[in-house]
Design a binder for this molecule. Structure first.
Ligand code: COA
Length: 568
């Protein structure tokens, strides 16, 4: 089918559907919902058989839904309507939630139902649920709806509000989820913060400043006067509740000179500086690097918020990796986080630095230092286990390991081009040709589209992928790593790895790859062309795109552009 994805932005769910429906043989194009005129123009140009709206912030114009079948993906169970579906599901403590695919009509979220898929809720942020359970359910429900449309015989079910479990709910306001630090227990505080994370954040006051809270996790063992800040660790601050405390990893102060998400200690520089610095090890979340060991395998978790890796985080991770390498184990698994494996340099921290160019330089060098240690490891076999998406330098960092395994549904964005034509580093000029061959490497470097694990495997970015849910994949990671550690030819594999590294080094030293890449990056950071700085500013400040990039708006390309892109 010719399917137009109509979306507010090309977010993770839209990318997932773009990849999945493309794999299923559909012809896809994308249009950003900028205004009615643009949307109408898009359908005129593309003449789709179907419009799918995975992520919209306004209603589809009547002139479109009255002429084309339009499916809207609503992140709620049957009957649920309104703009804050997941927020309410978290606040109300729903045990099961779902995604419903509806046909657009005059009533927002009230159209006939084509498919619905439910899932168990998890104690996690709205963004985490969206990127995992919601995206998986939406992918299945959209595919089911399309199959039903293609069958020609299925009639969608009209919504019967009297029989549906879901109801119409208003937008969640800041008052609805305001924290009362003198009354709310830890569970309630977490629930409220998570219901607003990643957007819009929960508005609160810390040290007399209005800030938005994100990236919260429990702080077992901590307690104090409710509402008081108790300690800091990494970028997070610990704040007491009536029955314990929570870690808060990120804050946004809209009134400050850097009105975007930053590590909490950076936003609260003064008051946080006076707090005792502690090292957290056992707690989850808040970017805490965690190491665990089982049966000759070391697992290194680095659940950095949004997959962004600042200079400091890369340095800490490198130290943790070296410590893992010092252990008497055989395999090290780089686990990333449950939502993202890595999205490369921390663009927000860079944007907030006194010299963005200098901080970019420090950050890329810190990632390179980490990548080099992984590549040079000859004492262990290394595995990158992609449970969540990876983007830009994060994809190439994963490839630094001997083996890359991924869960089906993971989306890779192995390109830096959208960040102002950044050249990129992380030894990609060594790693890509080594794993994919020079021709594939060139193709990957030229492309700027998201890819699924199937394509990732065919292009040498992924070695193996598993069509499993998150929990099953966790077990697979352990099995795979265990099998590698127990392999009868483990010693030979290690020797072969060391031999290959020596051979590669003799042919061209790693330092030469790095120098060449960094020479290009220096131009990106310090040269005359400001594209990278402009692109980073737009990304961090979330400047909306005024038109859909031609890479995905295929209906807007001229024939020559299409031909050119097909070649690459
Ligand atoms: N630094 C800081 N924040 C980042 C980030 C980075 N490298 N990558 C992603 N984020 C943040 C986004 O700002 C967004 O923040 P929010 O919680 O306020 O919404 C969140 O992570 C999710 O990102 P989003 O772009 O909405 O996710 P996506 O799945 O739609 O797209 C990418 C994924 C990787 C394509 C996109 O995030 C991206 O281009 N990131 C930048 C990658 C990059 O250029 N890194 C630097 C070069 S190494």
């Amino acid at each position: 089918m010719r399917i137009l994805l109509l979306c507010h932005s090309f977010n993770s769910l839209s990318q997932r559907l773009f990849v999945l429906l493309g794999e299923l043989g559909h012809e896809l194009s994308v249009e950003f919902d900028v205004n009615d005129g643009v949307t109408l123009e898009a359908v005129e140009l593309f003449q789709p058989d179907l419009v799918v709206a995975p992520f919209l912030k306004r209603a589809i114009p009547e002139a479109v839904w009255s002429r084309y079948t339009c499916l809207v993906v609503h992140p709620g169970i049957v009957g649920d309507r309104g703009p804050s579906a997941l927020d309410w599901a978290i606040l109300n403590g729903e045990r099961r939630w779902g995604v419903t695919v509806l046909q657009a009509n005059a009533e927002m979220d009230g159209g006939d139902i084509w498919a619905t898929h439910e899932f168990d809720m998890r104690d996690a942020s709205k963004a985490s649920l969206y990127r995992n359970e919601v995206t998986d359910a939406a992918a299945s429900a959209v595919v089911e709806a399309i199959e039903k449309i293609q069958s020609g015989s299925f009639r969608p079910t009209p919504l019967d509000p009297a029989r549906a479990r879901g109801i119409k709910r208003p937008l969640v306001t800041q008052q609805d989820r305001a924290i009362d630090w003198q009354r709310d227990d830890t569970a309630m505080v977490l629930k409220k913060i998570r219901s607003a994370d990643g957007f819009p954040g929960l508005r609160d006051e810390i040290a007399g400043r209005e800030v938005f809270l994100y990236d919260a996790s429990p702080a077992p063992g901590w307690s104090g006067e409710p509402g008081l800040l108790l300690a800091r660790s990494g970028g997070a601050v610990c704040r007491a509740t009536v029955d314990g405390a929570v870690w808060i990893g990120h804050l946004k102060d809209k009134g400050s000179v850097h009105p975007f998400k930053l590590p909490a200690t950076q936003v609260l520089a003064g008051p946080a500086g006076e707090l005792p610095q502690v090292s957290t090890s056992a707690e989850f979340g808040c970017g805490v690097i965690r190491y665990e060991e089982k049966d000759q395998v070391g697992y290194l978790h680095f659940p950095f918020y949004n997959g962004a890796m600042s200079t400091r985080q890369c340095e800490s991770l490198r130290r943790a990796f070296l410590a893992a390498r010092g252990r008497d184990t055989r395999v090290i698994v780089l686990m990333g986080g449950p939502d993202f494996w890595s999205n490369g340099m921390h663009l927000n921290v860079i944007e907030a630095a006194s010299s963005a160019a200098d901080e970019s330089w420090r950050n890329i060098n810190a990632i390179d230092d980490l990548a080099r240690e992984i590549i040079q490891t000859t004492s262990h076999l290394t595995v990158s286990a992609l449970r969540g998406n990876a983007g830009a330098g994060g994809v190439f960092l994963a490839r630094a390991a001997d083996r890359v395994i991924a869960r089906q549904g993971v989306i890779l964005n192995p390109h830096y081009k959208d960040m102002g034509n950044l050249y990129g580093s992380e030894y990609w000029t060594y790693l890509l040709p080594r794993c994919a061959g020079q021709e594939q490497a060139d193709r990957i470097a030229r492309a700027r589209l998201p890819m699924g694990v199937r394509e990732g495997q065919s292009r040498g970015l992924v070695d193996e992928w598993f069509d499993q849910d998150a929990r099953q994949f966790e077990r697979t990671i352990v099995e795979q790593a265990g099998a590698l550690a127990d392999a009868p030819d483990f010693a030979e594999r290690l020797q072969e790895k060391a031999r290959r590294r020596r051979r590669d080094e003799a042919e061209k030293p790693l330092s030469a790859y790095r120098d060449e890449e960094l020479a290009r990056m220096k131009l990106n950071f310090y040269g005359f062309d400001p594209s990278y700085h402009v692109a980073r500013y737009n990304f961090v400040y979330k400047v909306p795109k005024s038109r859909t990039p031609l890479t995905i708006a295929r209906h807007r390309r001229s024939d020559s552009e299409t031909a050119l892109r097909n070649v690459s």
